[in-house]
Design a protein around this ligand. Structure first.
Ligand code: FBP
Ligand code: MG
Ligand code: MG
Length: 327
């Protein structure tokens, strides 16, 4: 059986050459990050780097290493005007005179990095937009709505290395094949079932939640005899990539709502390189993504490290949660 490579699949989708080459560069960077993650224990880099990122979070050594790899590989692509990383305060302008058609790449180099020392799945998330006009290289120029994304995806570093992407024509999952070094298509046209009986949320924040979230989870937990009239299962990986991957494979909902502990920041997860790309992937797979009060991709960005509430996954269940917010 011949297997479809990342390049063949993108060519089949008539992806333009610049975007195809950018996606290949991102795949290369992710494969290099996967390698560093796998060798982390031998290199002694699973611990903290004794530094904080702009968001006041302790950086792991591998957060910093992954960011450097991404900058080195993707930042060298001649069509990239700017990189926006979770780990870097300022926008990293690669061109001093960005032109229409140039790419901006937003990325979370290592997502779920608190899972590194316990050897659970982590990943890299990315979002791509094209500048629609020449611009000055300033921070306002990268505050572009999620609806403008032309591509998004993530790599997952688990039992195997996966790459899940969209260029706006559905969602395809690839697995890195160690023998050939290629990402091969293993989950074409991923599709999220509209209904689910599985939610993912960090319930240790129960006391901090807003009333609609508390009521929704309470009702789910009451099972078959409760208002939802069905039994729910729960999962929480504390790694958004792993939770979203499960939802793309078998459905479910993921919630990281705004609560009294993170309200001052606007939520926990970051709009430009976590919520928007995952929102695009989930919608392209037939699911829905919401802040509870509107579509994530329609949020007007006010800063490139902005945070938002995130509710995404099976379409009908996201609609149910939005109803709880309306009530
Ligand atoms: O530790 P908590 O509050 O459960 O938060 C877990 C969430 O935080 C994150 O780890 C944030 O991502 P980073 O590891 O990139 O900072 C998500 O992947 C995950 O969904
Ligand atoms: Mg993250
Ligand atoms: Mg991260």
């Amino acid at each position: 059986m011949t297997q479809t490579t990342l390049r063949a699949q993108l060519q089949g989708q008539k992806t333009d050459t610049d975007l195809l080459m950018l996606m290949e560069d991102i795949a290369t960077a992710c494969q290099m990050i996967a390698d560093r993650v796998r060798h982390g224990a031998f290199a002694g880099v699973l611990g903290t780097a004794n530094t904080e990122n702009i968001q006041g979070e302790t950086q792991k050594e591998l957060d910093v290493i992954s960011d450097e790899i991404f900058q080195q590989i993707v930042g060298a692509n001649p069509t990239v005007a700017a990189l926006v990383s979770e780990e870097v305060d300022e926008v990293n302008w690669r061109k001093q005179s960005p032109q229409a058609g140039d790419f901006v790449v937003y990325y979370d180099p290592l997502d779920g990095s608190s899972n590194l020392d316990v050897n659970l799945s982590v990943g890299t998330i990315f979002s791509i937009v094209r500048l629609d006009a020449a611009t000055a290289p300033d921070a306002a120029a990268v505050q572009i709505k999620g609806t403008q994304q032309i591509a998004a995806g993530y790599a997952i570093y688990g039992p195997s290395t996966g790459l899940v992407i969209t260029v706006g024509q559905g969602v395809d999952g690839f697995t890195h094949h160690p023998g050939s070094g290629e990402f091969l298509l293993t989950q074409p046209a991923m599709n999220i079932p509209p209904q689910t009986q599985e939610f993912a949320i960090n319930t240790s924040r129960y006391d901090l939640w807003e009333a609609p979230v508390r009521k929704y989870i309470d009702d789910c937990l009451r099972g078959a005899s409760g208002p939802r009239a069905k039994k729910f299962n729960m999962r929480w990986c504390a790694s958004m990539v792993a939770d979203v991957h499960r939802i793309l494979i078998r459905g479910g909902v993921f919630l990281y709502p705004k609560d009294s502990g993170n309200a001052a920041q606007g939520g926990k997860l970051r709009l430009m390189y976590e919520a928007n790309p995952m929102g695009m992937l989930v919608e392209q797979a037939g699911g829905a993504s919401s802040t509870g009060r509107g579509r994530i991709m329609e949020v007007d960005p006010t800063g490139h490290h902005q945070r938002v509430p995130v509710i995404l996954g099976s379409r009908d269940e996201v609609a149910v949660i939005e109803e709880y917010y309306r009530d």
